[in-house]
Design a protein around this ligand. Structure first.
Ligand SMILES: Cc1ncc(COP(=O)(O)O)c(C=O)c1O
Length: 302
């Protein structure tokens, strides 16, 4: 019989079938909480510290006190992977406001809920051609930086979900959203890049994007490879007319965009810059200095 995944829930490791949260949890009632999606490649967790830092920054913004410190959360993540004997995994860390009454105010919530899920996943990185997706520009605008800003990786994903539904209704794979001013913001779960005349452009943080960890690493990678990379506003016209468009995120990795609103991008296939970045990114994810080894230390009870 297959052994069940073990999930960390509020200090205990429990089988997946018993990993539950209360219906009175404000994460469920109001989407009041924050999370991270992290990836492990070949026994090492990619960019673990930036993910843990962002989790704390998100929690700080919504005045949510995470019950464990950064070091302890890191250990819980590693231990969850070890308990499930995982080397290549997708990890979800969620902290909610916790159980309270039915009022929206967080005051009734005494203890945050913290859980960590790690499940096996295979990677689309490698020598293969990047996956090509068709996107639409959604009519759903990204929540602005002075509203429920997407700089906070919160449990409020309705914005992305509405855009995904719109994409599915239009027969596309995904959507790109615009910011409140009409500039390109980001994908539903990815940051966006456009290659125009050999320069790699990506929206700046003022376009209400999540400060993507893959985005940051790709910007650095471009510089390491001698590619010019510029963070600036991108118009819908520029996106549609770009030589190459690609999207990047922890779970999606790197996806080439073949068409935007039915217009082919370049030849409708992954372009040379996208291919190069995919190849080089593939080398990075298993590099010692980019990751935290899962099995280097003795299993510590956390
Ligand atoms: C809305 C949104 N933008 C961008 C990203 C990419 O961020 P990262 O590279 O940190 O995974 C994500 C990842 O989940 C996301 O949900």
């Amino acid at each position: 019989m297959e052994t069940e995944l073990q999930v960390y829930v509020n200090g205990e490791y429990v089988p997946k079938s018993k990993a539950t949260v209360s219906v009175f949890d404000h994460g469920v009632l109001y989407g009041d909480g924050v999370f991270e999606g992290i990836r492990a490649y070949s026994g090492s967790v990619f960019q673990l510290d930036p993910h843990v830092d962002r989790l704390f920054a998100s929690a700080n913004y919504i005045q949510l006190k995470i019950p464990l410190d950064k070091d302890k959360i890191t250990r819980v993540i590693l231990e969850t992977l070890r308990r499930n004997k995982l080397k290549d995994a997708y990890i979800r860390v969620v902290v909610t406001r916790g159980v309270g009454d039915l009022g929206v105010s967080p005051e009734s919530c005494r203890e945050p809920t913290l859980f960590v899920i790690a499940e096996p996943v295979s990677s689309a990185l490698g020598p293969k051609e990047p996956k090509v997706v068709r996107v639409i520009i959604s009519s759903v605008r990204r929540d602005s930086v002075d509203a429920t800003t997407h700089e906070v990786k919160s449990l409020n994903y309705l914005n992305s979900i509405l855009a995904r539904l719109e994409a599915a209704n239009a027969g596309a794979d995904d959507a790109v959203m615009l910011d409140s001013r009409g500039f390109v913001s980001e994908g539903t779960v990815t940051n966006v890049f456009a290659v125009i005349d050999g320069v790699v452009y990506t929206p700046r943080t003022s376009s209400a994007i999540l400060h993507g960890i893959t985005r940051a690493r790709i910007i650095r990678l471009c510089r390491e490879l001698g590619l010019k990379v510029v963070e600036r506003e991108i118009t819908p016209f520029e996106l549609v007319s770009a030589n190459e468009v690609f999207m990047a995120g922890t779970k999606s990795e790197i996806l080439a965009v073949g068409s935007v609103n039915g217009r082919l991008v370049g030849a409708g296939r992954a372009g040379t810059t996208t291919k190069l970045l995919l190849q080089e990114f593939t080398k990075l994810v298993t590099k010692k200095e980019e990751g935290t080894p899962i099995y280097a230390e003795e299993s510590l009870e956390v």
